[in-house]
Design a protein around this ligand. Structure first.
Ligand code: SAM
Length: 283
């Protein structure tokens, strides 16, 4: 972080930027356009320093040569933002409780997919909503699959411990129902109760790779990740997500995202909510 350490790294050249741009696009669908050079230099510069390289090119070669995939994973972690929060974009959770869950109440066990779950706030918010709506039946009725490309955020999500400030806005009754307050040096922390954690399965998954093996879902949350992808990548992803929806299933995307510019088979329901036609299997 010190300015003397920064000075030792040679500035990112246009050629190096192009190398990282291609690497991020081919592996993760990330769209690092022209203007992103400063951002790439700042974010990857930290990695370069941490690993004691003197140039971005040395770091680039190291990433290419690493057979474990860890270096590539650290690179994507550095380039993307993991920002999230409990009940982010609350209209989606109202829709889940008010429309989606009543529609599946009479069915057997269902699975809900949180497709870029970051540090877990999204799948835990889904679990709290399901518990509020379905009560004690919820754990037997609903399985939540939560995936992300980053193993670092997945580890945090599985740990399920958050500083109390992150729960601002959650009614105290819900807080007590689903969370345990820390003690001693964890006094200002809460941890999600084991019975809620047990509803969620965390798995690493790159949305650029096939996920057709996951089966079909009545609802997929894929929020605030498509924003990183260019239009062809978004179109391909949305069509594969649509194929992974049950007939009548819902795709929820981030409110800052839009499917206006991409061709897809889904019906617009309301901002950031799309539905697959009833009785239509596959794409
Ligand atoms: C801004 S967070 C969104 C978290 C949550 N969905 C929300 O809306 O609050 C974006 C997440 O997408 C993940 N991500 C980025 N590229 C991905 C990819 N190709 N496949 C799967 N996850 C990816 C990042 O690791 C990050 O955790």
């Amino acid at each position: 972080m010190s300015s003397s350490a920064t000075a030792e790294v040679r500035p990112l050249t246009a050629r190096e930027f192009e190398q990282f741009r291609r690497l991020a696009y081919e592996n993760f669908g990330l769209d690092l356009r022209e203007g992103k050079q400063t951002l790439v230099a700042a974010r990857l510069g930290k990695q370069v320093q941490k690993l004691n390289f003197r140039s971005f090119n040395e770091y680039y070669r190291y990433v290419l040569e690493d057979r474990t995939g860890d270096a590539l994973r650290a690179l994507i972690d550095a380039l993307t933002t993991n920002h999230t929060s409990f009940f982010r974009e609350p209209a989606h959770f109202d829709f889940l409780r008010g429309t989606i869950l009543p529609g599946v109440r009479g069915r057997g066990r269902i699975a809900i997919w949180s497709a870029a779950c970051s540090t877990g706030e999204e799948p835990y918010s889904i679990a709290f909503s399901v518990l509020e709506e379905l009560g004690e039946a919820a754990p037997d009725k609903v399985h939540i699959l939560a995936t992300d490309i980053s193993t670092r955020v997945l580890a945090e999500a599985e740990c399920a411990a958050y500083p109390s400030a992150r729960f601002a806005g959650i009614p105290p009754q819900q807080l007590h129902r689903y969370l345990l307050r820390g003690e001693g040096r964890f006094k200002n922390w809460y941890r999600v109760k084991p019975e809620v954690r047990g509803m969620i399965e965390f798995r690493r998954l790159n949305l650029m790779e096939s996920f057709s093996h996951l089966g079909a879902f009545p609802v997929i949350f894929c929020r605030n990740v498509m924003i990183y992808f260019d239009r062809p990548t978004q179109q391909d992803l949305v069509n594969r997500l649509a194929a992974s929806l049950e007939p009548g299933g819902y795709l929820l995307i981030g409110h800052a995202e839009s499917l206006n510019a991409v061709r897809h088979p889904l019906q617009y329901i309301r901002p950031a909510i799309y539905k697959k036609a009833e009785g239509r299997a596959g794409r």
